[in-house]
Design a protein around this ligand. Sequence first.
Ligand SMILES: Nc1nc2ccc(CNc3ccc(C(=O)NCCCC(=O)O)cc3)cc2c(=O)[nH]1
Ligand SMILES: N[C@@H]1O[C@H](COP(=O)(O)O)[C@@H](O)[C@H]1O
Length: 203
Amino acid sequence: KRVGVLISGSGTNLQALIDKTQNPASNMGCEIVMVISNKKDVEGLKRAERAGIPTKVINHTDYKSREEFDMACHAILEGERVDIVCLAGFMRILSGQFVRLWRGRLLNIHPALLPLFKGTHAQKQALDAGVRISGCTVHFVEEDVDAGAILIQRTVPVEHGDTEETLQERIKTVEREAFPEALKLVAHGHVYLNTSTNRLVWS
Ligand SMILES: Nc1nc2ccc(CNc3ccc(C(=O)NCCCC(=O)O)cc3)cc2c(=O)[nH]1
Ligand SMILES: N[C@@H]1O[C@H](COP(=O)(O)O)[C@@H](O)[C@H]1O
């Protein structure tokens, strides 16, 4: 399977996906063929270049509408014959049009145990709520933000004195395992989204 990854920043999740897909022993069943960033000069682009993966910067401010930006991304992904798209720290909301084109082949990782703490600053939401356990969620992407079918979740303890940064760092240690694990399941067809019932089918 051919994978496209959309990023906006540091790309630690992208790095985990690169390390696993470029290691044949991981038997991921897929390769990353394109990395698209909506922001230039971010660390994630350097990570892709170091790994020999083609990159593109598509600046959303160059487009009049969300749909036009999304369709520019879609055209590149189609052009590279991408089968699966991973959102790895991608911070733009995608239009329903894009989601419909990629539904069931579009994954995202969120730094909280959905359905808790949707949206941005999930780590801060967890600290403000005083939960003792948080973690990450890998899910199929639906138009409704952070509401898609859940593939994998990993937990971490919230420690006393945690800040957004220390909690984010601890969550990232489990993200780098969870995202490749979910991508491998989808790439091998061990799980798919029944788009009629909106239910996951595990084989
Ligand atoms: N339609 C759809 N698209 C997404 C795009 C990114 C992410 C990643 N998680 C995200 C969750 C929330 C945001 C957010 O609220 N950003 C501030 C507004 C930025 C903007 O104007 O675009 C971004 C990414 C998830 C989704 C999703 O679940 N569904
Ligand atoms: N989507 C969320 O945004 C962050 C991106 O980090 P990075 O992958 O760009 O380092 C990660 O914490 C991920 O859960």
